[in-house]
Structures are given as structure tokens and as C-alpha cells.
Design a protein around this ligand. Sequence first.
Ligand code: CTP
Length: 450
Amino acid sequence: MKKVITYGTFDVFHQGHLNLLKNAKNLGDYLIVGVTTQQYDQYRGKLNISDNLMKRIENVKATGLADEIIIEEYEGQKIEDIQSHGVDIFAIGSDWVGKFDYLKDYCDVVYLPRTKGVSSTLIREKMSGSILRIGIVGCGRIAHRFIPESKYVSGIEVVGVYKPDKKGAEEFAKTHELSFATADLNEFIKNIDVAYIASPHLSHMQYARYFLENGIHVLCEKPISFDHKMLAELYTYAQSQKLVLMEAVKTAYCPGFNRLISLVKSGIIGSVKDVTGSFTKLSSGNLRELDPVRAGGSMFELGTYPLLPIIKLFGPKPEDMSFVSMKSDTGVDLYTTGNIIYKNGIGHFKVGLGVKTEGELIISGTKGYLHVPAPWWKTEYFEIRHEDTNNVQKYFYKFEGDGLRYELSELVTLVRSKSLTTHKYLPAESIAIASVMESFSRGECVTEII
Ligand code: CTP
């Protein structure tokens, strides 16, 4: 009996999939079809899958062509499957020509002709109506990183850029081959569905409000605002207008960090009593992050990151807080350490632009602790450890590129599903972080050291 194996996502099952399965079946007597998990698809950079795993399996099953359906969960699995199932032929569409030649050591590899004019990506785009047009506000470092990341998310296109200085906008548009550059906000909003605000910190709030008032969804770089009341009003306003307002805190949306939070919440380390996180980035020169006039300083620049797991795990209402800061001659904090105190636990954090620390995150509970090595904010790996030092569970995830693709993917899901807020980063959590920043900026509970 000749065994054939093939793999795919088989999202929004279409004629191309059916033809591929028919052709694969015709190569032998027994067809095994591997269907990818959503997690594995995310790992390999395929975001925005529409159908869940069960539906995709059901659709393959309904063709009656598969003698066996298996689940593909990790890289390298194909070799194991081929060996363990005694497979004779590996078949895949011609879009993969050459990519699976390494399997020739284990079986025959056949690239089948791909059906022209149809793909899951095209169908997803048609289903969603149209491509979401994104316009960028500002041309700084993060804006440059945003564009290559956007190419990994289907259903969107970065179309243009706005900057009050038109020349700067034109240069940016030329570098990234965008359709337009403008210094006119009126023109900008006519040509976009979503504004990505990457302008200087202190302008975020004003822009965000303007776009929401004009019916445009907003993805805003952090911090949207340090005024928690104004921020709360803005979230309420966005919801009343049925528009998405998302703060771009990349860690909040990445797969590893989300898994970590769910695991801890499921009680794997008992009741959480301590969350300790650190993020430092030595900086010097004429940078915005060192400029007191442009909301510089370690806390404003980096504080959101370690506050995120603290607020996510202990909630948005701390009982008390205190900070110790080392300031520069110009008055920005080059190093801040803080305690966020709750009835049932404590969060500690360290942030620094002028002091270097180990960038790790440790979440301690009554039954064990979770350790994420530096750089924890790009959560790719963590361990759960217990009293018994032999009892260690290791978890591996992927954090692709600059990680901005995850927040973008979430944004697309929210806009498409009209669900407006994401459980990955609740408005209440974003507001709570703004509130901590606000207390800090008012100098409340801050002790200064030299
Ligand atoms: N396939 C095909 N003809 C098409 C589309 C897909 O033969 N028009 C084949 C692929 O080459 C692969 C299998 O179907 O062998 C599963 O592909 P999958 O990646 O699930 O489908 P795509 O439509 O290519 O998905 P996407 O657009 O998300 O990449």
C-alpha cells in the first residue's frame, strides 16, 4: 500500500484545497492529511486565520479523500510523521517548490500544480469586505519598524503618512513606497480606515481624539495619555462610536506572554504573591527619551512593560505605591524602582535608561514560580519551577521580528469582528497603568537618590 501525506492550514476551504487533496490521493492508496494548529500557524507567521482547528478538520473530512487526519503542531514534525506512519510520498502545492526537498532523505517529494486564482488569503480579504487602509502619524523610529511588520498581517495596507512637516512625510513615503504623504489632516482622514499614531508622546491624546471624532479606528503608541481620567473618557468615547482604540504595547499581544498570563491565572504556581519585572535600555545623546520637555525618562519610556504583568495579575486597583528614582541633571529619571502594593500581593519593578539591570520577570506564587529570562518583554521562553528543583516545566514560543505584527493582527480581528476591546489588554488595564504613571509624574510617593 502506497501512503501519501500532505499538510496545510485549509482555512476557508476552497477549490484549490480540494484539487490538491484529489491529486495527492491519486498518487497512492492511502492519504494522510496534516492540519496545522493556530498556534503553529502563528509561529510560522501566518496570522488572521478565520476558521478554528475543528472546522478546518471537518472541512477536510467532508471531502471524503483523507483516510487519516493528523494535527501539525510544531516545526520538524513532518520528518517524525513520515517515519512513524511509513509514508512513501510527501505531496504539497507548487507554491512550496524546493522548500521540502530536505524530506527526500525520508520519502519521495512531489510538488503538485497549484490551482490558479484562489487562496485562503484572497477569500479572507473578500470576506472582510475590503483591505483596511492604515495611515501612519509621525515618521520616527517605531514608524519605520511598523511598515515591514505590517506585511505579515493579511487584510491591511499601509497607504500613507501624515506629518506636519510635509517634506519629512514625503521622504518617509518614498522610502517605504507609500501611496501618499500629507501635512493636511483633512486629506489624511479621507484616505484611511485606521490611524497608527507614532508621533511624539505628548501629542498622542490630541491625535487619538481627533481621529475617533472623525470615524477612524486608532492604534496609538504607548502611552496614549498619563491622565487616567482623560484616557478613560477616550475609551468610553471610542466605544460609543463603535471604533477600536488600542494602545500599542507589543508584549500584551504576543503569544508567549498571553500563554504565560493564562497559565498563571489557571493556578499553576498557586496564588500569586509577587511579580517582579525589570526593563532597562542604556541610552545617551540627544534622544527624546532623555528630554524632560518631551516626556522623557525611564518610567515614561519603559514603565508600561513591567507594569503590564503586575496589573494583569493583581488587577487595576492597587492599595498603595512608592517609587525611588535617580534623576539626571535635566530632571528626567535615569532609573526608577517601584513597589505597587495590593491587599494580596506586591509588584516590584525596575526601569532604567542610565542603569543596567537583568531584564527578567519572576512571578512568585504559593506553589512555585515562573521565570522569564531577559528579554522577558519578547516572551519566547519561560520556566515554571517548584520547591523540588527537578520539577521544572519549560515553555517555548516564537516572537517574530519586532513583534508589532501581533498588535496589528489583533487590531484587524477587532475591527473585523466589531468587538472593539481585546481581553489581551483591557481598557481598565491601560487606564490603571496611566494612573500609576500619573502618580509618579506628580511626584507622589517618589524618593530621590543620587
Ligand atoms: N493549494 C493549492 N492551490 C491553491 C491554494 C492552495 O494547491 N490555490 C495547496 C497549497 O499549495 C497547499 C495546500 O493547498 O499544498 C494547503 O494550502 P494552504 O496554505 O492551507 O492554503 P492557501 O490558500 O495557500 O492559504 P494562504 O492563502 O493562507 O497561504
